[in-house]
Design a protein around this ligand. Structure first.
Ligand SMILES: [Zn+2]
Length: 233
């Protein structure tokens, strides 16, 4: 199989370039070490404090796919302005240490990628051959990760657009697909439209669209209580 060709066709947003790079000794290596360290610290903080991340990690453990920080997460340098990706081949979440500088951004990226990891765990997702699967997971990640929440707030305050959240999710899913697959915009739009309603309304494991951290906290509490309820049966 022609691996190079495959990589060329599939792009690197969801699966960023992951070749080991060699760094020169000295200040550049030191600053990269600092980036890496900072990334690890922010990742740890996200896993321990973000209700979105905590719920997803808990749900993955329940589904038999416990995500471990050292095994399933990797802080790396990425090309361009990519923030992160999910590498299905190794079941690893890549966090782009050169592009994530704030904790709130880290929380969103970890959540977004954990939704892909959750989908990968629960359903047999065919990321490469089935564009509907990819589109569905991108719709869910944009809808449930808070990617669209901030702009949603702004839109509500400034313009009162009720459909803004849906349009934001649609647009983000479309951009994610176009970044990793060489297909036309029309083709991508058609696929997103075909699966949009089903996937937009699939809120697992949150049970609702968490529009804010507060929503996510309630969702996490409900999720944990549900576990407790079943445990007591
Ligand atoms: Zn994505």
């Amino acid at each position: 199989m022609d691996q190079t060709k495959q990589e060329g066709e599939y792009g690197y947003d969801l699966f960023p370039e992951r070749q080991a790079r060699k760094y020169k000794k000295g200040s550049i290596a030191e600053s990269l070490f600092t980036f890496n360290h900072k990334c690890q610290v922010m990742l740890q903080f996200a896993m321990e404090t973000s209700p979105y991340a905590k719920l997803l990690l808990s749900a993955m453990t329940s589904s038999g796919c416990k995500a471990l920080r050292d095994r399933h997460f990797s802080c790396e340098d990425c090309d361009g302005t990519v923030s992160g990706g999910f590498d299905a081949a190794s079941s690893q979440i890549v966090l782009c240490q050169n592009n994530i500088h704030q904790q709130s951004h880290m929380n969103r990226v970890v959540t977004h990628e954990l939704i892909h990891a959750f989908d990968h765990c629960r359903a047999h997702v065919d990321w490469f051959n089935n564009l509907r699967h990819l589109a569905c997971s991108e719709i869910r990640a944009a809808n449930l990760s808070g990617d669209c929440s901030f702009s949603n707030e702004v839109a509500r305050l400034n313009f009162g657009l009720k459909q803004h959240h849906q349009e934001c999710v649609r647009g983000r899913a479309l951009r994610s697909i176009l970044a990793v697959r060489k297909i036309s915009r029309e083709e991508a739009e058609k696929i997103v439209n075909e699966v949009f309603d089903t996937c937009f309304n699939d809120h697992a494991p949150f049970g609702r669209i968490p529009h804010s951290k507060k929503d996510a906290k309630f969702a996490y509490r409900d999720y944990e209580n549900r576990d407790r309820y079943y445990a007591n049966l």
